[in-house]
Design a protein around this ligand. Structure first.
Ligand SMILES: Nc1ncnc2c1ncn2[C@@H]1O[C@H](COP(=O)(O)OP(=O)(O)OP(=O)(O)O)[C@@H](O)[C@H]1O
Ligand SMILES: [Mg+2]
Length: 488
């Protein structure tokens, strides 16, 4: 009894230590420097994600092995003799040594490494190195300078932020359709004409609006967005045009968004949600190029660029009387159509790659690509929510990925998405697919799910069936059907 009472605090302390240990390892994986360490016997005990990336080796292949065995491929005097052994022998750190290394993939790297001794109770217990490769460091510096330059170019006269983070260069695409849209956006940016962006929800209209602003002469001014669908009708007018003190009960003196956008861009998002009465007032502002604050007689010139957007077809909106035709023709001197994702499946793979990298970093994962099966599925789906929906699916899938996995597989996709694919089957079929290829994809999905479940359950069929939520007999049938072996 006594002994168990004694053990309790030890156990919780042990858990705490273990937690700290895992936390430290996670932190080490998130820094830009490569970090690795060997113990007194010369075995590698820490090998972080950055080292994995630069050296092209996986930690599971090097941890616990002798450094001198692992690094035989590095040309010139072996790394382990020169650096670690020297530090081991002398107990003195070696700072900022420049190394030329030829890596297993044939790449040549210049690496700067500092190596330090680690003492435990006066005895040298380990040697650890912190290094960075010169290429990455160069890129890092270039990126920092570029960000700094962008920040400067985006600051308004008074140093305020313009609010436009995206540049046309940030739009990722491979398709000719998107290429045409970006080229058109560049041309539009160079001229001061009102432009209307038309595209389904989540296609990237805001991205284009910001990109056009940042590529235009208005870049020094602010980017002022207003989402007409999100602002109550009663507030929209005073928000847009501003108010004079006492114009109505409680009215204070306040500039409107048109004034705030002076020298910059005003972005009227979801213009089809603007009340018709206000649309008439907007038209007058655009024709006269003056605004008056509510309750004021003073006219102020409008000196900003106007970009608007709608996620419904403007002709349909005019028919349904949600956009006044006279306002439409004023705002849409040029129309830029942002095509839906389903019409440009070539863009899916590069967008996935960018998002996977982003989420991997955010969540401390190592996924660096999406399996061809997943891309195949994505390319056949019709994406009613476009890129925003793709973001959502990928972010969801990442929570299913095992630590250390490099590939996002079909089995990581959320079940609700697989259901959605089945649901969209009818529509997809009509457009561009024959039923047999969709069936093949769904069978692939089923096959990979079964293989994954088998692997998870070490081939145990009962457990596997339980995980999949199907009967044993059904699983046997499917194993036969797909010729999957390895079930017990
Ligand atoms: N080609 C692209 N490359 C990179 N990111 C993209 C691309 N297209 C869209 N995105 C991203 O997808 C998300 C949705 O885009 P955005 O907000 O611009 O869509 P939207 O057309 O304005 O949608 P809504 O009509 O719903 O307002 C954003 O996070 C945006 O950064
Ligand atoms: Mg938007």
């Amino acid at each position: 009894m006594n002994s168990s009472r004694h053990q309790e605090p030890d156990k919780s302390r042990l858990q705490e230590l273990e937690l700290e240990n895992r936390l430290l390892k996670t932190i080490i994986d998130h820094i830009h420097e490569g970090v690795y360490a060997i113990n007194g016997r010369g075995e590698i005990i820490i090998y972080n994600h950055e080292v994995e990336k630069t050296e092209g080796m996986h930690r599971q292949d090097v941890l616990g092995r002798l450094e001198s065995e692992v690094y035989t491929h590095i040309s010139g005097p072996g790394f382990s003799e020169v650096v670690s052994q020297a530090v081991m022998k002398t107990g003195q750190p070696l700072i900022d040594l420049l190394f030329q290394a030829e890596l297993p993939n044939g790449r040549k790297e210049e690496i700067i490494i500092s190596t330090y001794p680690f003492f435990d109770q006066g005895k040298l217990a380990a040697v650890y190195s912190v290094g960075r490769d010169l290429n990455t460091t160069g890129e890092f510096i270039a990126k920092t300078l570029e960000i700094k330059q962008r920040m400067l170019s985006r600051q308004g006269m008074d140093g305020a932020w313009s609010g436009a983070r995206y540049f046309l260069e940030n739009i990722i695409y491979k398709s000719d359709k998107m290429k045409a849209a970006v080229t058109q956006a560049r041309k539009i940016a160079a001229q001061d004409i009102p432009v209307m962006l038309v595209g389904e929800t989540g296609t990237g209209k805001e991205l284009f609006a910001q990109g056009i602003h940042n590529a235009s002469v208005f870049v020094k001014g602010p980017f002022v967005p207003i989402n007409c669908a999100a602002i109550p009708d009663t507030l929209m007018e005073s928000l847009l045009f501003g108010t004079e003190r006492g114009a109505f009960t409680g009215a204070v003196e306040a500039p409107g968004l048109f004034e705030q956008a002076e020298g910059g861009t005003i972005f009227l998002d979801e213009i089809n949600s603007m009340p018709l009465a206000l649309q008439a007032k907007m038209l007058r502002v655009l024709q006269e190029k003056f605004v008056r604050r509510i309750g004021s007689k003073v006219q102020r010139p409008v000196s900003c660029r106007i970009i608007s957007a709608t996620n419904v077809d403007p002709y349909q909106a005019m028919q349904e009387k949600t956009i006044r035709p006279d306002l439409y023709y004023r705002l849409a001197t040029v129309t830029l159509n942002v095509p839906p994702l389903r019409d440009r499946p070539e863009d899916i793979a590069p967008i996935c790659e960018m998002l996977i990298n982003r989420y991997s970093k955010n969540y401390g994962l190592f996924v660096d690509h999406v399996s061809p099966d997943v891309i195949g599925l994505f390319e056949k789906y019709d994406w009613p929510g476009n890129v925003r929906e793709l973001q959502n699916i990928l972010e969801n899938s990442m929570s299913q990925v095992e630590i250390g996995a490099r590939e996002l597989k079909v089995r990581h996709l959320p079940v609700f998405f697989l259901d959605r694919i089945q649901g969209s089957r009818g529509k997809t079929l009509v457009r561009d697919m024959d039923g047999s290829s969709l069936n093949a994809i769904l069978q692939d999905v089923e096959k990979s799910a079964i293989e994954a479940a088998l692997a998870n359950n070490k081939g145990n069929i009962s457990k596997c069936a339980q995980e999949l939520g199907i009967k044993r007999q059904a699983l046997h049938y499917k194993l036969n059907k797909y010729g999957i072996k390895g079930g017990k």
